[in-house]
Design a protein around this ligand. Sequence first.
Ligand code: G3I
Length: 370
Amino acid sequence: MKETPMRIRTYAVAAVLAVAAGTAAWALVTPGAQAQSADPEAPPPTNSPLRVLAARDGLRIGTAVDTTALANDATYQKLVGEQFSTVTPENVMKWQLVEAQRGQLTWTAADILVNFAAAHGQLVRGHTLVWHNQLPTWLTSGTFTPAELRQILRRHIIDEVTHFKGRIWQWDVVNEAFNDDGTWRNTIWYQALGPDYIADAFRWAHQADPRALLFYNDYNIEGLGAKSDAVYALVTKLRKQGVPVNGVGLQGHFGTQYGFPGDVAENMARFTALGLDVAVTEADVRSVLPMDNPKTQAQAQGYSVLLQACLLTRRCISFTVWGFTDKYQWVPGTFNGQGSAALYDENFAPKPAYHAVQLDLALAAGTRRR
Ligand code: G3I
């Protein structure tokens, strides 16, 4: 059957990564393999880990990782390795954390995650090189000329991408550069450098690691609208100028109180028509608490809206959730009175949303040919 070469290829890539990491990680690379029959053509059982089901369609399924939880919580660590085939550091590659003091680069926490990923046959999404948030104080409170800021930004990108060279699959090079109405966000970078900092950032990242896939990443661009139009115009222009941009990340922060766009696949299609990859990079579906049955079902639908669009899009190469358990999820700390946004609850019990994702992957199995 046609899905066999895909599965072999996916597992082979993972095996190469595992071998490269000096580990015998076959059991981790193919966690569902034990449950499969002797027939190599047989599909994995529908209750297989998400990564096993996603692999049949050449899709990487990922999670943002809280590296403190990864170090201290055995159940969390087990599920990261078992369920996901790509990981994104939730915070520890951000500028504030890697260069809290100017010139003192700290990679320890991020290195641990990158090594964990290699040992578990996972790829890494690097997050994020250029953002207006979580910047070091020396940068935000300093006084710099535009020329100095440009050099500081260049130095940061080159330093970070060079440190992780060869170990990052996709970089979120520029994150959240637009307002919701499609105008430029008035960030430290835009104020000093105008929109040209974006092309520069991609060129510098490419120079430091020519093999990494370079993404523009933003929220509220999942469906068609003013903001996704602005991103579309940006990447169209960058491609025409020969700027090395490879993809667009649709973050996917949804809320059951808002409903979900019906045109995500259509939106993805216009990006891929430009020759770009797309990825769902930060999916979660929050609710105003307390939860009830309709919200729980709506949450599952929200994840499906994103995942089904991705599965329908040949060049949607990864689907990442922004934290897989409510035990360590960012929403309650940001949106007062909201939460329950993840696939698993605080006790690591899978919710209907998890089963919806699992079923979507199982149903799609083998329908994407790459
Ligand atoms: O680590 C410090 C700790 O030392 C301190 O005691 C504590 C006190 O507030 O703060 C801790 O830092 C927090 C950090 O997360 C690590 O937990 C920050 O306050 C908190 O603001 C930060 O929040 C992160 C947020 O980005 C910052 O904007 C979230 O964890 C993270 O999930 C979130 O992720 C973003 C993506 O990068 C971009 N897209 C949106 C997404 C959700 O906001």
